[in-house]
Design a protein around this ligand. Structure first.
Ligand code: ADP
Length: 605
């Protein structure tokens, strides 16, 4: 029941539409039921029985009176206008009933269409928004492809099952109850027989579907792995080809693909069992019914025409019962999808904020690390130990050290991608954990190693969500030495740079991200210089662009270029998470310690 509520909570914003859908579902069910007794006079004439109803009921107090009244009117028509005319009339009433029934059926579907698609949109948006809010740590635990398959496949599954619930809960029971009512009215004994048989069938069918939910969850998990494999393979195609690992990757995919087929086959076989089984059980019930019914007719307890109507009513019970069992199956599958989707939606969101966090809109003094230590979740060794430094406003601090020394970790602590394990980080004396996360990130501009570029136009890659005029964009591009190459591209600023900027050279990509940083004009810039080797012309252009970017700016630079390091106001040399030397370039060179070794070793450029 709690599960079902979780499923139905998505309906809340569509109350009106759902209400209309329910209304028309009920109307449709009513007309299905009401059209049954219309057949009675038809059979009556067909079986050559004389219309015996000659007395008009005095007043209408019960359903029985309605039927008697209808019979009376009908007898009169036969008497006055003949049987053929009466049959014609019956047919017209029948067609009208079915017309209304199907009109309501269409209307019920008409109003549910925006709900189905609205729910899909809502859940997708909710998941997507959530994905952008979740802390980075979350994504090192989950596979990207699995997350993708949830936002595509599981959401679709939920749509189906919600639709089924609506139908099952509001249409089928009304039809079933109405038909049962007529059946009981006509023959309580026969109805009891049917009731027992139906319960028996229900138990059998319920038994089959009980395992469906677990299997469905399994299936969606496998689909997640499948999409992950595709995603990872496409992302690493260059490497896969270079290492001639195509066969290996194909093998990996084949394994998951086959696993998917096997599970899907098992599920489908189980599901497909429901239809033949219920038809077989149905016909068994009908046969038993015919047997009992015939006995009653022979005994004169029930008229043949009423028995036919009874059978029709029973037919109206079978169909919705089937859709109830089907709904049960689909809900099981849907709930498995809800489980998977909720795992994302319920994951603890972004970084925790204290109540009434402090506002920082301007950085006046600078950024300070005080005895900061940090250990990654699930890591044994600390990545940073006792880091102390002060970066005053307008100055540049460079971090250098071998790969794995902890440079990127320092950079990731500032936007609070992670929180420190010990010590504290302050901006203008305010602990980052006491400030609004939005404010902190609003001060920052981050230019990373792998230029983060999207399959979009140059303009959108530079503005990246910021409101900016065309003049501002071209000015930023000019300062970043990007304008020259952009003007050469077909379409200029509208040129689509391809997946992750694949259509640009390494140097062009870097200048584009520098243009982005210039446009956003951050109060505190975090720059992770790319290590990729550029030809000397590109290198010069990138360097000049960086000079413009860093001029008079407060910047923390993970530096690889000697030219950048030289102009830094302070250099921290890191090794295994600790600062081992600090000072300016000239001071450090004079010391002939770790730094001068690094410069000799790597040339740092
Ligand atoms: P650098 O940027 O200097 O190359 P990093 O800051 O990336 O170094 O890494 C510092 C240490 O933290 C390394 O030992 C690395 O293995 C570890 N590390 C980096 N990222 C993670 C992570 N997400 N989970 C666990 N350990 C990590």
């Amino acid at each position: 029941m709690k599960d079902l509520r979780r499923l139905l909570r998505h309906l809340a914003p569509y109350k009106n539409y759902v209400g209309l859908n329910i209304l028309f579902n009920i109307l449709m069910a009513l007309f299905t039921v009401v059209s049954i007794p219309v057949f009675i006079p038809f059979f009556r004439i067909l079986f050559g029985m004389e219309a015996p109803v000659t007395s008009r009921p005095d007043g209408i107090h019960s359903i029985g009176d309605v039927i008697d009244w209808a019979n009376f009117q009908f007898s009169r028509i036969i008497e006055e206008q003949g049987a053929a005319q009466a049959l014609l009339l019956t047919c017209i009433v029948l067609v009208s009933m079915f017309f209304l029934k199907n009109l309501f059926r269409y209307l019920s579907m008409y109003f549910i269409a925006p709900v189905r698609n609205g729910i899909v949109r809502d859940i997708r948006q909710e998941i997507f928004d959530r994905m952008t809010i979740l802390p980075l740590g979350y994504f090192s635990e989950e596979r990207k492809g699995d997350l993708m398959s949830r936002i595509v496949a599981d959401v679709q599954e939920i749509e189906w099952s919600i639709l089924n619930v609506l139908e099952a809960v509001f249409r089928s029971p009304v039809t079933i109850a109405g038909s049962l009512f007529i059946m009981i009215y006509m023959s309580p004994g026969l109805t009891l027989v049917i009731f027992i048989l139906m319960i028996f069938s229900g138990v059998i069918i319920g038994g089959i579907s009980s395992r469906l939910r677990r299997q469905s969850g399994e299936l969606q998990d496998i689909l997640g792995v499948l999409v992950s494999t595709v995603e990872e393979t496409l992302g690493g195609l260059r490497v896969i080809k270079a290492f001639r690992a195509e066969r290996f990757q194909q093998g990996l995919f084949r394994k998951v693909n086959e696993q998917y087929r096997d599970t899907q086959t098992r599920i489908i076989r189980r599901r497909d069992l429901s239809s033949p089984l219920s038809e077989f059980l149905g016909i068994t019930v009908v046969a038993i019914l015919l047997w009992f019914g015939a006995q009653r007719i022979f005994a004169g307890e029930i008229g043949a025409e009423s028995f036919m109507a009874f059978l029709l009513a029973f037919y109206n019970v079978i169909e919705p019962s089937k859709s109830l069992t089907n709904a049960y199956y689909n809900i099981q599958k849907g709930l498995a999808a809800v489980d998977r989707v909720d795992k994302i939606l319920d994951a603890p969101g972004g970084m925790p904020e204290i109540d009434m966090p402090k506002r920082i809109q301007q950085m006046q003094e600078g950024l300070r690390f005080e005895k900061v230590s940090f250990t990654y979740p699930q890591a044994e060794q600390p990545a940073l130990v006792d880091i102390d430094f002060f970066l005053p406003k307008g100055k540049t601090l460079a971090l250098v050290g071998l790969s794995g020394a902890g440079k990127s970790t320092i950079a990731d602590l500032i936007p609070r991608f992670y929180d420190v394990s010990a010590g504290r980080i302050t901006i203008d004396g305010t602990d980052l954990r006491e400030a609004r996360v939005e404010d902190i990130r609003g001060l920052l501009g981050i230019v990373t190693q792998e230029a983060i570029l999207f399959h979009e136009s140059i303009r959108n890659n530079i503005t990246f969500g910021l409101e900016a005029t065309d003049e501002q964009v071209t000015e930023a591009a000019r300062l970043a030495h990007a304008a020259e190459f952009i003007d050469q591209l077909p379409g200029g600023y509208d040129f689509n740079i391809g997946d992750r900027g694949g259509k640009l050279s390494g140097g062009q990509r870097q200048r584009l991200t520098i243009a982005r940083a210039l446009l956003c004009n951050p109060q505190l810039l975090i720059l992770d210089e790319a290590t990729s080797a550029l030809d000397s012309e590109s290198e010069r252009l990138v360097q000049e662009a960086l000079d413009v970017l860093l001029a008079d700016r407060t910047a923390l630079v993970i530096a690889h270029r000697l030219s950048t390091i030289r102009r830094a106001d302070e250099i921290l040399v890191l090794r295994e998470g600790s600062v081992v030397e600090r000072g300016t370039h000239d001071e450090l060179i004079a010391r002939k310690g770790e730094y001068s070794k690094l410069v000799d070793l790597q040339g740092l450029g």
